[in-house]
Design a protein around this ligand. Structure first.
Ligand code: ADP
Ligand code: ZN
Ligand code: ZN
Length: 804
């Protein structure tokens, strides 16, 4: 057993296989499958994953090189995950190395320092003990240099005498913050204010703030909150009115001990009905896929919680996937509240170090439940009892870079391995899943009623074209304005939703209609007010906002469209008394700010919560009785066959935010296409009607779920070359696929140029093409040389969600 089969970290077609390496004597018996090692590869030393240990190599023994050193002392991938990685590579046409890398937390892949920490003071009977020389820990590099025994090291770890500590950039978990607080009480501040000149308005605003909020506040937050500056604060500190201190703040976003514990609720009838088959499957250790179709507020989460409880009783583990943007503190707390410290959270808003800590808890079996975004599907549990995918229709479950997998497929693959159920939950399932459930491939479970039979909010559709005709040029219809004012008067709250995708702020000349595009990407530049610049979101190109139209020199060049900031200003103008909390990428960039804003809204410190996608999901505030959707159809006009489905889903989600408790809710949808079926049927909460209508269209136009799609995107700096290669690929596909497959293209991609590369695509529509992956693999191999030179890029997406 002295040969290791290793996949090396060279993502290329020729190296996408295992290489044999000899295990040197000093490492004999210490290398296991799933560990990472450093191996010689040509002139280089590179990382690789050990897939297998055998005693046989087909190569000439003299040619087999030796492993240089270990990267891990214990395996980082289980046998199951190694197998999953191999399957996934084939399934998505990725390299093995990419799929293995996708399964590990970022921190583990970064360079880090390993340390050997002793866990006991008393010396232990092991040569290793001497190496410590009375120290608490030993640098791993030192251990290697002094030729320590890996066998003894592993033994000591097993015996609990020492542990390996990966020093992940500790700056990540500890952050220093500058805090500002008042040096005087409210009365003294009043005196300071009365002695100030009326010109000192900005300073007075700050002091007024501290009169009401005596507790220290992070300086940056203060500046943001009061729209003030360092320059305004500094003299107040110098005069001793305010004080400044620097403190280390430990950024553990989840304070477990402060979360109120909950117990299982007595189930309502519809919940009982769906629980039964789930529990049966768990008890009989069977694999099955359930589609839980429950309207918003029907109690799906309680079904998840009690299913998990059953799984834990059986001594197994649970994986819960939630879209990144719904992974709100509220959501996390529902799981932590029920299962306490048994829960790990994998969230991209955590720092690298924090995420690594959570992953390690899973690996060490210190937790039983993981709640996380997409990549948590690779949680290294070894005894999985259930996998839950909440909001299964969310497109963020599809990874848009290598390996281009859909989380649902990975979940089902893992669940088959573990003989356990998968629950796909949604109020608006994807057409794919619902069609499968109707065919009996998945089991359909329905929860048509809201908890306590609270009614779904009434939905009003407002035609914005008529508003314009009536002379209303604001972005708020008369009805929405009136409704907002009414809620504020009644001390109820409002959620305003703006879809960001359709609302990019492009710059256009009102005289000649000229739109300023990125010179490298052929898409409109986005206007950034802060420094009066135009930016490209694809390549980061930047230029100053020009004073005249570059084309006709007219000065009437303006930005169009609406960002949340502009909406906020518009509200302030229209309804000055409204207190607004704006939640978008800008106001929630900092960790914890998301939570803070929601807390403030929950405490009724504002009347209106204004936001983007981020607020469409998962929020549950009893006092919200009005939801306004500012432009419902902004998604409808994207070049995407799922546009109607996405619009329907979004409108349904947003509507679900109103009237979740005793107070009845109302939804106002503003649109320029009130007659569109996705808007109309969403307003009627008619999922079935939408499904039938949309299925008919998908069938007519040959889209999923009736056909599978493969999207091949070719890009090259030379336009002709890109076109030519795309044409060749199309012809190869026509030749090698069955006659039933339809090959469309080559056509220019909707985004025809990005970063000075021209993009063409071809699409395959098919029902059954068992040879397709092999053909595509051969095509990739054929172009390998040019791909390696970086001139040519061929992207193959076997389940495309982004058609641009
Ligand atoms: P969904 O996830 O389907 O949108 P939720 O799980 O958020 O719905 O449930 C809506 C509300 O109903 C929540 O406040 C939840 O605590 C409550 N709820 C769920 N199940 C029960 C139950 N069996 N008894 C009482 N309240 C429940
Ligand atoms: Zn012009
Ligand atoms: Zn660009």
């Amino acid at each position: 057993m002295n040969i290791a089969k290793v996949v090396v970290d060279v993502p290329a077609a020729q190296t996408n296989r295992v290489f044999d390496y000899k295990i040197p004597d000093n490492l004999t018996g210490t290398i296991y499958q799933g560990m990472r090692v450093i191996v010689p590869f040509g002139p280089r030393k590179i990382m690789g994953y050990v897939l297998e240990i055998t005693d046989h190599s087909d190569l000439d023994p003299l040619k087999v090189k030796e492993i240089i050193e270990l990267m891990d002392i214990t395996p980082v991938l289980t046998e199951e995950l190694l197998d999953l990685g191999k399957w996934l590579a084939g399934h998505t046409l990725s390299f093995y190395i990419s799929t293995f890398q996708a399964m590990l937390p970022q921190a583990l892949k970064a360079t880090y320092q390993k340390e050997i920490h002793r866990l006991q003071d008393s010396p232990f009977d092991n040569d290793l003990d001497k190496m410590f020389h009375g120290r608490d820990y030993l640098d791993y590099q030192e251990f290697v240099e002094r030729k320590g025994s890996h066998k003894q090291l592993q033994q000591a770890i097993q015996d609990g005498l020492i542990e390996m500590v990966y020093q992940v950039n500790s700056k990540e978990t500890y952050k220093k913050s500058t805090l500002i607080s008042a040096n005087k009480d409210a009365l003294e501040l009043e005196e300071v204010i009365s002695n100030m000149s009326a010109q000192a308005k900005k300073k007075i605003t700050i002091l007024r703030y501290f009169q009401e909020h005596p507790e220290p506040i992070v300086k940056k937050d203060l500046i943001q909150k009061l729209h003030t500056t360092h320059a305004t604060i500094k003299p107040l500190i110098d005069e001793g009115v305010l004080k400044e201190e620097v403190k280390e703040i430990y950024r553990n976003p989840y304070k477990d001990d402060q979360i109120e514990r909950t117990t299982a609720l007595p189930l309502m009838d519809q919940q009982k009905k769906v629980m039964k088959p789930i529990i049966n499957t768990i008890d009989s250790k069977q694999h099955d896929v359930f589609l839980l179709h429950g309207v918003t507020g029907s109690g799906k989460t309680e079904v998840y919680l009690q299913s998990i409880q059953q799984v834990l009783r059986e001594g197994k583990e649970a994986i819960v996937l939630v879209p990144e943007i719904s992974l709100t503190p509220q959501m996390v707390n529902r799981f932590k509240g029920r299962f306490g410290s048994e829960v790990a959270v994998m969230h991209s808003a955590l720092s690298k170090g924090e995420r690594f800590d959570e992953w390690r808890k899973i690996q060490r079996k210190e937790v039983k439940v993981v709640v996380g975004a997409r990549s948590a599907i690779f949680a290294p549990f070894e005894n999985v009892g259930i996998i839950i995918i909440d909001e299964e229709h969310e497109t963020s479950y599809k990874q848009e870079e290598h390996p281009r997998y859909h989380t649902r497929d990975v979940a089902i693959y893992r669940a088959q391995y573990h003989d356990c159920p998968v629950i796909l939950g949604s109020a608006t399932p994807t057409l794919e899943s619902y069609a499968r459930a109707k065919k009996g491939i998945y089991q359909l479970l329905a929860m048509p009623d809201r908890m306590n039979k609270t009614k779904m909010p009434t939905v009003e559709i407002v035609d914005m074209r008529e508003e314009l005709h009536a002379g209303n040029r604001t972005m708020f219809s008369r009805q929405l304005k009136e409704d907002i004012e009414q809620r504020i008067a009644r001390k109820e709250q409002v959620v305003l939703f703006l879809n960001r995708r359709g609302y990019s702020t492009f710059v256009m000349c009102r005289d000649c209609g000229y739109v300023i595009n990125c010179p490298h990407c052929d898409i409109a530049l986005t206007y950034h007010r802060k420094n009066q610049t135009l930016k490209c979101h694809y390549c980061s190109y930047e230029e100053k906002m020009p004073p005249h139209c570059p084309d006709c020199k007219s000065e009437t060049i303006r930005y169009f469209g609406t960002g949340t900031q502009k909406v906020e200003e518009a509200i302030q103008e229209l309804i000055p008394e409204a207190r607004v909390i704006r939640m978008d990428v800008d106001t929630t960039r900092r960790k914890g700010s998301h939570e803070k804003l929601l807390d403030q809204f929950g405490n009724h410190e504002a009347d209106i919560l204004l936001g983007t996608q981020m607020i469409a999901k998962g929020l549950d505030f009893g006092n919200v009785t009005l939801v306004g959707v500012l432009a419902a159809d902004s998604l409808l006009h994207l070049p995407d066959f799922r546009a109607a489905e996405k619009t329907f889903q979004l409108l349904t989600q947003v509507s679900g935010r109103a009237g979740r408790h005793e107070l009845p809710g109302e939804v106002v949808i503003q649109t320029y296409s009130p007659e569109h079926y996705s808007v109309d049927l969403a307003a009627q909460y008619d999922y079935e009607g939408f499904f039938n209508k949309e299925m008919l269209l998908r069938k007519t136009y040959q889209y999923p779920p009736f056909y599978f799609l493969t999207l091949i995107t070719v890009s090259h700096p030379n336009q002709l070359k890109a076109l030519e290669i795309t044409r060749t690929i199309s012809q190869l596909l026509i030749k090698h696929l069955s006659d039933a497959a339809r090959i469309l293209g080559p056509t220019p991609s909707p985004l025809t140029r990005i970063k000075d590369r021209y993009r063409f695509q071809c699409m395959v529509k098919y029902k059954n093409e068992p040879e397709q992956r092999r053909v595509l693999q051969r095509i990739l191999a054929y172009y390998e040389k040019e791909i390696q030179k970086n001139d040519l890029l061929i992207q193959i997406d076997l389940q495309p969600y982004q058609l641009m």
